[in-house]
Design a protein around this ligand. Structure first.
Ligand code: FAD
Length: 320
């Protein structure tokens, strides 16, 4: 029979690596499946898609996202975490030990685990417009709270794409930094809750661009300088000069392998017992953005990874 691991951690962002450090130091010999372009993102998670991280404690000068993730990975391995560069594609949580299958090994014997920590994160949705790849992290972002305070976004016009609660929240947040914040929305009213929509449209720095969709982003060799938007009613296009563009059209939690195995909410996020990392399956924990649609920050993901490892350790010690 295959070895039964104490803890298998799925994912590779701040939640997964924090859980790994705690589990490894607790001598649980954790095995971490970091994924191979899982959810369309390299091992290391969302921070590998950004440049400067200025709000993670301990780095007063800031640190690049990929470098921060390299350091977290090195800290996991330092204490003996075994890291495997494969994506978990299927699980069976119906009985213990839990069973997990990596992609490309679905016909092989499963990996067996006494406990599992799911920290597969989420992927910020963007639109594939011309110029996006060119100016990604050179003025284009998908996280206003993360990037809004960066110097390139100060005192310049900014644009936000979206019309829901998160778009309203992100656009309102960006009024602290930008000179004007255009909110480009395809309809003539916001989907955001009434109170947030009112706060947004009444903000003197906000200019609503109703009934419009973004067509392209343009700029120079340094950064984005403008966007072109099209009015969906009359088909006319116009160019807005902006120094920043933020997509606020939602996130997709990376939970496909867990559908039918664990309780998910209506948007596909894993449900945890409030204030804990526990799921509805005893011995299976969830940490980071895969269960958090409110804070979505590296530090909160790391904190919940710590909680998951401590809970798994305690639970395992009660099992023997
Ligand atoms: P994630 O970072 O989402 O990583 C999870 C990873 O696990 C996936 O990306 C994938 O590689 C892997 N994975 C997924 N599915 C599987 C599977 N089935 N099997 C194996 N592996 C899998 N936060 C800040 O605090 N400061 C910032 O400055 C900041 N900047 C940001 C900039 C951008 C553009 C974005 C998009 C986000 C930013 N964030 C920032 C938010 C931050 O990146 C996230 O909150 C944080 O990374 C969430 O961590 P996580 O551990 O939940 O997982």
């Amino acid at each position: 029979m295959s070895e039964i691991h104490n803890v298998v951690i799925i994912g590779s962002g701040p939640a997964a690596h924090t859980a790994a450090v705690y589990a490894a130091r607790a001598e649980l010999s954790p095995v971490l499946y970091e994924g191979f372009m899982a959810g369309g993102i390299a091992a290391g998670g969302q921070l590998t898609t950004t440049t400067e991280v200025e709000n993670y404690p301990g780095f007063p000068e800031g640190i690049s996202g990929p470098e921060l993730m390299d350091k977290m990975r090195a800290q996991s391995t330092r204490f003996g975490t075994k890291i495997i560069t494969e994506t978990i594609a299927k699980v069976d949580f119906s009985e213990r030990p839990f069973k997990l299958w990596p992609e490309h090994k679905l016909d092989k014997d499963p990996i067996l685990a006494k406990s599992v920590i799911i920290s597969t994160g989420a992927t910020a949705k963007t639109l594939d417009i011309p110029g996006k790849d060119n100016y990604w992290q050179r003025g284009i972002s998908a996280c206003a709270v993360c990037d809004g305070a960066l110097p390139i976004f100060r005192d310049v016009p900014l644009a936000v794409i979206g019309g829901g609660d998160s778009a309203a929240e992100e656009a309102t947040y960006l009024t602290k930094y930008g000179s004007t914040v255009y909110v480009v929305h395809r309809r003539d009213e916001l989907r955001a809750s009434a109170i947030m929509a009112k706060r947004l449209v009444e903000n003197p720095k906000v200019e609503m661009v109703w009934n419009s969709v973004i067509e392209s982003a343009g700029g120079d060799d340094k950064q984005i300088r403008n966007i072109t938007v099209k009015n969906v009613n009359d088909g006319s296009s116009k160019t807005l000069d902006v120094g920043g563009l933020f997509f606020a059209i939602g996130h997709k939690p990376n939970t496909d392998p867990f559908v039918g195995q664990i309780d998910l909410d209506e948007e596909g996020y894993i449900k945890t017992v409030p204030g804990t990392a526990r799921t509805n399956i005893e011995g299976v924990y969830a940490a980071g953005d895969v269960q958090d649609k409110k804070y979505r920050q590296a530090i909160t993901a790391a904190g919940s990874g710590c909680m998951a490892a401590l809970e798994a350790e305690r639970w395992l010690s009660e099992q023997d």
